[in-house]
Ligand binder design. Structure first.
Ligand code: NAD
Ligand code: MG
Length: 359
């Protein structure tokens, strides 16, 4: 088992990761000494792992569960409300604990419900997708979607612990593994050249879920994200770097209809565009851009997506949550392992889009 510490002002917690670490759940509950606990999951993950998780918790405290429908489309008020109603009907109090058992959707929903029930109760993240292990379960962002856009409502609410058991990944579809790898490559590009080189060396082993490689990679990605979050919990500055590839990525998801491309796949394409945009400005050399493209390709991820209009993409990027006054902010890699945050002139984005074959 490996442990990574996350420290934010007034709170710190441990990420426990590795094969079989789900057995740590009782020890975490013992430490938190809850009056009761509620496991929130979805139908897919629940049918695979709810019984095991419930058995582990039941020895420690009264445990109930709520099973949500599966999918980003259900990351909405109906699901948050279902968790809150269950908490109320089971008599949960301020000493109860919510356990999020699932991918990023369940984690964001359960964390948000925990953040607002009785003005905030404690919760534990038990991520079951690669993306949730390296990204969404760490850092305390919780929330839900609105009709007007993704993640428009939410809070910062840090978990008490993260338990990332790599054995869960054995049942995860290959495409979902790829989506997690996109965020992993992003971590290498934005923060750590040596890590990027390790990914170049170990990509095949990672895709095959070699246990040692998975443990190393999940650990390093958690360290990178935990480091950024520790320095800038509320995204006043540095945390925005984690949005590398997301400005164009979000535009792709919006323009192609959510769900056509997985978020991670869109981020992969967005990371390539960010590198090409940086190259246009003379900020990064073409050798590094090629290495980024090659690694994304070797991960089985797309480097560009057909049928996207450059002008529509630019409009979508201007409307992004992270734009100010309609000017999109880009996270640009200036070398592998180093990034800057900048406003990029529209003309330049257009040039990069045209060069990448978007019309
Ligand atoms: P997801 O939660 O939808 O999971 C993907 C699919 O895999 C689902 O169908 C799920 O039921 C299934 N699944 C999960 N675990 C499984 C397992 N072990 N075996 C088999 N199937 C399994 O998607 P995701 O990629 O994990 O998360 C995406 C969500 O995370 C988005 O809503 C995004 O906004 C959010 N997110 C949040 C943060 C944050 O900081 N809070 C960061 C990144 C992403
Ligand atoms: Mg992301």
């Amino acid at each position: 088992m490996k442990e990574v510490q996350v420290k934010v002002p007034g709170h710190s917690y441990t990420i426990k990761l590795g094969s079989g670490v789900i057995k740590e759940l009782p020890a975490e509950l013992k430490r938190l000494n809850p009056s009761s606990c509620l496991i929130a999951t979805n139908i897919t993950v629940g049918s695979l792992y709810l019984k095991k998780a419930t058995d582990l918790c039941n020895g420690m405290c009264r445990t109930e569960s709520v099973v949500l429908p599966d999918g980003e489309a259900y990351k909405d008020w109906g699901s948050v409300s279902a968790i809150l109603e269950k908490l109320a009907s089971m008599g949960a109090d301020r000493k109860s604990v919510v356990i999020a058992l699932g991918g990023g959707v369940v984690g964001d929903l359960a964390g948000f419900a925990a953040a607002i029930y009785m003005r905030g109760i404690r919760f534990i993240q038990v991520p079951t997708t690669l993306l949730a292990m390296v990204d969404s379960s760490v850092g305390g962002k919780t929330g839900m979607n609105m009709t007007a856009g993704k993640n428009l409502v939410g809070t910062f609410h840090q978990p008490e612990a993260v338990i990332a058991d790599s054995d869960f990944l054995r049942t995860l579809p290959e495409r979902e593994i790829g989506a997690g790898i996109a965020e992993i490559i992003k971590h290498g590009v934005l923060a750590d050249k040596t890590y990027f080189e390790e990914l170049e060396r170990d990509m095949e082993k990672l895709r095959a879920l070699d246990p040692e490689t998975v443990a190393k990679v999940v650990g390093r990605s958690c360290e990178i994200k935990a480091g950024v979050v520790s320095r800038d919990e509320k995204e006043k500055g540095e945390r925005a770097k984690l949005n590398l590839g997301h400005t164009f990525g979000h535009a792709i998801e919006k323009l192609t209809g959510y769900g056509t491309w997985l978020h991670g796949e869109a981020v992969a394409v967005g990371t390539v565009l960010a590198a090409v945009t940086a190259e246009k400005q003379g900020k990064i050399n073409c050798g590094d851009v090629k290495r980024i493209q090659d690694l994304i390709h070797r991960a089985g991820l797309p480097v560009r997506i057909a049928g996207i209009s450059a002008s529509k993409a630019i409009e979508a990027m201007k409307g992004d949550k992270k734009s100010t006054k309609g000017v999109p902010h880009f996270i640009l890699p200036v070398a592998i392992g180093t990034t800057v945050i900048e406003e990029v002139p529209e003309g330049l984005i257009k040039e990069a889009l045209l060069e990448e074959g978007y019309e």
